[in-house]
Write a protein that binds this ligand. Sequence first.
Ligand code: FE2
Length: 307
Amino acid sequence: MTGVLRPGHVQIRVFDLEESVRFYRDVLGLVETGRDDKGRVYFKCWDERDHNSYIIRQAEEAGIDFFGFKVLNVETLDKLEADLNEYGIETSRMPAGDMLATGERVRFTLPTGHIMELYAEKSAVGNGLTNANPGPWNAASEHGIAPVRLDHMLLYGPNVAANKKIFEEVLGFFLVERVLAEDGEFEAALWLSCSHKVHDIAFVEHPEPGKLHHCSFLMESWEKVLRAGDIMSMNEVSVDIGPTRHGITRGCTIYAWDPSGNRFETFMGGYQPYPDYETITWDWDHFPQGLDYPQRKLHESFLTIVT
Ligand SMILES: [Fe+2]
């Protein structure tokens, strides 16, 4: 991996900041790493090295402000910005320091209406373990649900075909899986990877632009996903679906909502694709298995509720 590395941050809107801080810190078990003069609260997952990955701000409406992918270095950032411009995508630069501990960000709007960023620099604060002879976990990994990392986002918006072209032709992603609409041709949903992960980002065709379906957090085991379900119930968190397994990506999962109605996922599993793998296709008739393999069910709430 030498270009785009991973989803590095996402900024989410919430109704009540302090209620949300309690939820993300004590129920989901993220680590609070800072607050800025714009009123934003910064979190990371316990095993992430960089200063922040999940940022919340108070607003009237829930949803996603923007998301950012980390790239290898500043030269890669400059090169990808030039490539985007040459492809016909306008970019702007957010100054270093606009987000805590984060360098300059190259920002642009995707055809689906989402604001995407690339950045090369975010201060490393470590995962609380030493780099020499570390233990496998620490106290932070036991607080709340405690996922190990922000893994991917699923976003809803129009014209996912145009997004696909940008991710494949400019940003170096490859298409891992897709769902075809009833006509057997139109790509209704796409799972794209820039790494060895089964997806780093996914898109679903949807008439309204800029919508968030979920941010996903990686757990270390199926047992930890089930423990996440226990913690959700103990805290009366609204659960959408699961625990179950997707046919698509093979992920083992629970989906639930934060106090503002932003969906999030705690999941584990999947497989490790390479860029030379042929894309896996799900036809519309098998989409219920793709969504929920054991129950073979199209969950109405899962397909229609976005923020
Ligand atoms: Fe997901």
